[in-house]
Each structure stands twice: as C-alpha cells, then as structure tokens.
Design a protein around this ligand. Structure first.
Ligand code: SAM
Ligand code: SF4
Ligand code: SF4
Length: 468
C-alpha cells in the first residue's frame, strides 16, 4: 500500500490535478488482470495511462474516454459506491470526500491569547473583516450548469441532513461574534436561500443586531428569484433591506436552458417586480456571462435595466467548485462586456462607493458624456481577469457552520463543533479572531499570476455549499 501511495503520488504529479488518472492508477493496480476483450477496448487518458473500460461504463461518469481535468471528487464517491456494489473483487476503499475541516488555530484554546473583538481585526495581508456571507441551504431548485450541473446534483446527491444545518439561533449567535470583529454587512445565500423554511425568522433575528457603531446591519440576500414573487413582502416585513437577483438572460429559451429546469424567465421578472414593489431596493441583478452560451443576452439585458433604478452586474464565469468543467475559453472578460455595451450605450467609469467593493462601476452617460444618474449604472465583476483579493474583506459561513476564508478554499474551519461543544461567546469570538488573523488567501491573484488556464485545485468547495 505504501508503494502504491508513492507511485500514485508520482503519477498524480505527472498528470497534474488529475483525479481521473489517479483513480485509474489505483484501479489498475487493484484490478484483476483485464480480459483480452477488456484489453482490446481499453481506452487512454491524456497522460497515456490505461484505465479499465468498466470505469467509463458506470453511470454519471463522462463517456468521452478522455482524461478529464477537474473530475469532481463527488463523481468518485459515486464510482466508489458503484464499484463496491458491482465489483466487489476490485473494491477501492470508500472515502468521505466531503471537505474535511481545517484544525482550529492552537491559540483558540489558549486563555492567555484571547483576542478582544474591537473591529480592528486584520488578516496577514492587512485586510479587515467586514462582510459575512451565510449559506442557509445547500439545496436549489435550479441546476445552472456553471454551479450545480444536473449530472452531479441529481436525485442521488447527498445534501446535508437537517440536523447538520446551523439553526437560526446558531447563525445569529455566530453573526453576533462576527459583528463584534467589525462585520457590517450580511448576505444570505445558498443554494437557493428562499428554499430555507421560515427564513423570515432568521432575517428578523439578524435585523435586531447592531454594528459596533450602533447602526443596523446591512442585510441582503442573493436569490434566483423563482420564489420572490411569493415571498418579497414577508422578507421586507421581517427586516430585509434589499435583494440581488440572478438572471442570466431575457430570452426565455436561453434562460430555461441555463437554469436547466425549464424555469420561465417571466416568473423571475415577476419576482423582481414584486421585490421592487415591496421596497427591497436598490435591487441588483447578477448575470453570469458564459461565452458561447449567453453573451448575446448582454445588450438586451443592458437595454432592459437601463433607467430602471436597478444595477445590472456582469460576472465573469468562475472556476469555483469542482463540477462545472470550467474552461478559460468560456470566460468573457469584463473588458469585452464593457466594450460591447459602450458600442451602443455610452458609459463613463464611476468611483467605488466602498472599500472591498467587488464590482467596477460604470455609469450610463448623457449626450455631454457625463454620468446621467437617471439612466443608472452597471457593474462588472472581473474575478478571473482582474483579481481583487487585495481588498477582499469577506468571510463565508457554510450551511453546516464551516468558516471559509476564500471562495476557492478547499477546507473550512468547523465553528459548529465549537457552538455545539459548549463554547462561550468569548470563545467563539476568539476563534474567529485567530482564524481571520491567520488568513492569507488570494486565490484569484495567484491564478492570474500562474497563467490563464490554471484553475483552482480540484478539491475546492462547491459554491452552492459555501454560498456565492
Ligand atoms: N441561488 C442563488 C442565486 O443563484 O442567486 C444564490 C446562490 S448562487 C451560488 C450566488 C451567485 O453565484 C449567483 O449570482 C450565481 O449566478 C453566481 N455563480 C454561481 N456559480 C458561478 C460561477 N461558476 N461563476 C460566476 N458566478 C457564479
Ligand atoms: Fe442554484 Fe444559484 Fe447555483 Fe443557479 S447559481 S444552481 S440558482 S445556487
Ligand atoms: Fe477573496 Fe478568495 Fe475571491 Fe480573492 S479569490 S477575492 S481572497 S474570495
């Protein structure tokens, strides 16, 4: 086994980030000799190692016979399970491929190394903690293929059981400690946050909290809009201030294909209208631009939302998670988006309104070339082509209470075990403080230094789990 591990490691290096190959090596080494018929049908992965054909015959596995980059760990969970069921003589041990937690910093438990929360916390790059994104569910009723591709997130997918989810009381307690360290803004997300039962109760609890200077928190929510028409008024009444609605196009066929559950665009537009009527503004609209899929929707979207009082933001398609098969050639750089809109609707650059703002702002110009506030503005979020890690002040709390310091992290810190293990508020604040102080994440910056098509390590966490 030791030899196998060494060999596996060596070959894994050779075939960079290639779990398919890695598993192929394992499978070959543990398989009985293939029959002549199997040998004749043996295919090759791109590193020219053979793997047994029966792997490709399993459901959920890409049929291409090519050595795939970014084969998600999840697929291997399924392969492992199926192999256990159907190839008992070649069993590869089942592994739990859900992201494991990082150990809490030792100082967390040291009473002498207490960090007193005072809003001045900074990470190793001097970045403050201001923005907390809380994922309230890992489930969604859409299957956007850049986020939760149907082939992976199918009916067999193991979502978190209800007991694993942080309760509203646990979320509120943690939020309180984050605020003590300087958090001013909370975004509820998921999965689809509006699928979480009684979400209004959580909003009401969070709305009662105050920032360090005694002002109400900035509470917002990102949603696919499918349930917004039904829920907008109740969300507002509970204390939600505004919403961001994701919408990848106006053309019904394009939109239905992108959400991959045949959901009509008209229902999302009705949700946006209900949010506006309820006073959940200013509303932001997020459009992920995927080259070859929906770039033809950029101009219609810009025309539709210009002058509406809503801010349309174009997001570069990112290599988050490990299941979307991200390719650099499907990323449309924000500079191209701005150029395209400029060709019809003149734009002028605007200053950022607050530190750590992810979007670059562009205002629609009047005939004199000055920003016309009546026409509004757009934003572009260039996480791939122009990283903004240097000002990233966001922490993410997963549905089950793992604290992630970066959207591209592979592992989080298990705050739920502290919560459920009897930690006091001071212990929680101390843990959050030490974890943030040790933060050095700057994935997007290092990716752009490494080259355009490098992508994140394969085991990075899914966006639907960590929250967008
Ligand atoms: N379900 C909600 C929604 O779609 O608004 C909230 C969760 S979703 C993960 C949050 C945001 O992440 C959405 O605006 C979505 O478009 C964006 N997103 C998801 N996958 C992405 C990817 N691969 N690249 C860029 N943005 C992505
Ligand atoms: Fe669901 Fe949002 Fe992901 Fe689309 S982007 S699959 S709506 S969580
Ligand atoms: Fe922040 Fe990580 Fe994104 Fe950089 S890559 S901006 S550190 S979340």
């Amino acid at each position: 086994m030791t030899n196998l591990r060494k060999k596996e490691k060596r070959e894994h290096h050779f075939c960079t980030r290639n779990l398919w190959h890695q598993r192929c090596v394992l499978a070959r080494s543990q398989a009985t000799k293939p029959s002549a018929r199997q040998r004749s049908r043996t295919q090759h992965c791109h590193c020219l190692q053979e793997y047994p054909l029966w792997l490709t015959d399993l459901p959920h596995v890409p049929k291409s016979g090519q050595c795939q980059r970014n084969i998600p760990a999840l697929i291997f969970t399924k392969i492992d399970r199926l192999m256990t069921e159907t190839h008992t003589h070649r069993v590869i041990p089942l592994q739990d491929l859900r992201p494991a937690s990082l150990p809490l910093p030792l100082a967390t438990l040291d009473a002498k190394a207490r960090i007193q929360p005072n809003g001045l916390l900074a990470d190793t790059r001097g970045r403050a903690l201001r923005d907390l994104r809380i994922s309230v569910t890992d489930r969604c009723n859409f299957r956007c293929n850049y986020c939760m591709p149907k082939e992976i997130f199918d009916k067999d997918y193991a979502y978190l059981p209800h007991t694993a989810l942080l309760s509203f009381e646990e979320i509120t307690r943690l939020a309180h400690q984050f605020i003590a360290h300087g958090v001013q803004k909370i975004r509820l997300t998921g999965g689809e946050p509006l699928l979480r039962k009684n979400l209004e109760q959580l909003i009401a609890q969070l709305a009662a909290l105050r920032t360090l200077d005694g002002t109400p928190l900035d509470i917002t929510l990102t949603t696919n809009g499918s349930l917004l028409a039904r829920k907008a008024a109740a969300l507002k009444a509970a204390g939600l201030q505004r919403v961001t609605v994701s919408l990848d196009g106006l053309d019904d066929a394009v939109f239905r294909a992108m959400n991959d559950v045949d959901f009509p665009v008209a229902d999302v537009l009705a949700g946006i209208e209900a949010a506006r009527a309820a006073g959940l503004g200013p509303i932001k609209i997020n459009m992920v631009v995927k080259r070859g899929t929906n770039e033809q929707e950029i101009l219609p979207m810009a025309r539709h939302f210009r002058g509406s009082g809503m801010v349309l933001r174009f997001i570069e398609y990112m290599d988050v998670g490990a299941t979307n098969g991200w390719r650099m050639n499907e990323v449309m750089p924000s500079s191209d988006v701005v150029r395209l809109i400029q060709s019809e609707l003149p734009l002028v650059p605007l200053e950022a309104t607050q530190p750590g703002e992810t979007a670059q702002r562009w205002g629609y110009a009047d005939a004199q070339g000055r920003h016309d506030p009546g026409l509004g503005e757009i934003g572009v979020i260039s996480s791939v082509t122009q990283a903004f890690c240097h000002s990233c002040n966001r922490a993410r709390l997963s549905t089950e209470g793992q604290l992630y310091l970066c959207l591209f992290a592979a592992k989080g810190y298990d705050l739920r075990s502290l919560l459920r293990g009897g930690a006091s508020d001071a212990d929680l604040a101390n843990a959050i403080g030490h974890i943030w102080q040790g933060r050095a994440d700057n994935y997007s910056e290092s990716r752009s230094q490494l080259g355009p098509d490098t992508g994140a390590p394969v085991k990075r966490v899914e966006m639907s789990y960590i929250g967008g």
